[in-house]
Design a protein around this ligand. Structure first.
Ligand SMILES: NC(=O)c1ccc[n+]([C@@H]2O[C@H](COP(=O)([O-])OP(=O)(O)OC[C@H]3O[C@@H](n4cnc5c(N)ncnc54)[C@H](OP(=O)(O)O)[C@@H]3O)[C@@H](O)[C@H]2O)c1
Length: 326
């Protein structure tokens, strides 16, 4: 099988395509013939040596999400050869075959190509968890999504719309905001120096939930825009990992500032989230009411250019490695 491997941290030139032996599943595991592997920002950090994979995950093969077809089953798992599945893993998804614990896989949406299904797990699991479990979003509330044109942002926009919430989305790019409007009902705000005023005009009473995919200097003004008992869910740190906070505001408005991460959380929690997404999200992905936003499908041999595009932030939605290409 082919895998995209790297053996030292560095720039994109450390990535290379290599033949590897076919792995065999142990008890309770399945082997998946991968059709699509989603790219994520965490892959860029790991490639640079800035984000080690969780214990037990491959260190020389990147990739945290996949979709494909089960081609071997280890023991009695409740899954069968030939089933289309998708999921998140601690690493190793940039490969044509992957071994995963049976409990952690989700059935792929019926009728959706497995390359598109590979764009689902990280984006929709993160967005679903952030909006509803961490953010406790309710019908009729107002949610502010920073980087609404990202993979997670486009999923969060659709899920929030479906839940009957109003959405304001930010991006540094007016073009990404226009594209987000084609996807869902969203008021777009360009995140220039004036963005807090623009949000205030759209939401004079404040917002109920912030889905924050950028962090850094966006945090303080976002807290100021929250209503009493508002929830700020911090998911990404592309704009920086430090921020100055007004603790008085946090206290007096009884705000919640919640950080969250999927990759390093306990397996039991990942399984619960997979089951929730399978039940509450996958059916609407199968009918087309919800859809993963795929910027492009890339050949395994074009992985270096794909990482560079992600680094330049010029993607709208997800990049996916298409293993039917060479
Ligand atoms: N906690 C978790 O478990 C978890 C899981 C999945 C993803 N994430 C994180 O969530 C975020 C979104 O993930 P994704 O895969 O959807 O990302 P993505 O599609 O690559 O989009 C990330 C977006 O962040 C914005 N951005 C980048 N640099 C920025 C900067 N310096 N200042 C402000 N905005 C900046 C850009 O939006 P504009 O160009 O539109 O401004 C960019 O398109 C990432 O930070 C990712 O690491 C976290």
């Amino acid at each position: 099988m082919r895998a995209i491997v790297f053996d030292r941290p560095g720039d994109v030139d450390v990535l290379r395509l290599e033949e590897r032996p076919t792995p065999a599943p142990g008890r309770g595991e399945v082997r998946v013939r991968v059709h699509g592997s989603g790219l994520n920002r965490v892959d860029l950090l790991q490639r640079r040596g800035l984000y080690p994979p969780p214990k037990g995950s491959p260190t020389d093969v990147l990739g945290v999400e996949y979709a494909g077809v089960i081609d071997e089953v280890g023991g009695n798992t409740g899954l069968t050869v030939g089933e289309s599945v998708m999921g998140i893993v601690g690493g190793g998804a940039y490969a044509e075959q992957i071994i995963v614990p049976a409990d952690e896989v989700m059935r792929a949406p019926a009728g959706m190509s497995l390359q598109h299904a590979a764009a689902v797990p990280e984006a929709f699991m993160t967005a679903y968890d952030g909006l509803f479990t961490e953010g406790a979003l309710e019908r009729g509330e107002l949610v502010l999504i920073h980087a609404v044109g990202s993979g997670v942002g486009t999923a969060a926009l659709q899920l929030a719309n479906r839940a009957g919430a109003r959405v304001i989305g930010t991006s540094r790019s007016a073009d990404k905001l226009s594209r987000a409007k084609l996807l869902g009902d969203v008021d777009g705000v360009v995140s220039d120096a004036q963005w807090p005023n623009a949000v205030k005009q759209l939401a004079p009473e404040g917002v109920d939930v912030v889905i924050d995919l950028v962090g850094g200097a966006m945090v303080r003004p976002s807290l100021a825009l929250l209503r009493d008992r508002g929830r700020h869910v911090l998911i990404g740190l592309t704009a920086g990992s430090t921020a100055e906070l007004d603790l008085g505001r946090l206290l007096s408005k009884r705000l919640i500032l919640r950080g969250t991460v999927l990759r390093t959380r306990p397996v039991a929690e990942k399984i619960l989230l997979a089951r929730a997404v399978e039940q509450h999200v996958v059916p609407d992905l199968a009918t087309g009411r919800l859809r993963p936003v795929v910027d492009s499908l890339v050949a395994p041999s074009a992985i270096r250019e794909a990482h560079q595009r992600l680094e330049r932030n010029d993607t709208f939605g997800k990049l996916v490695i298409d293993w039917t290409k060479t």
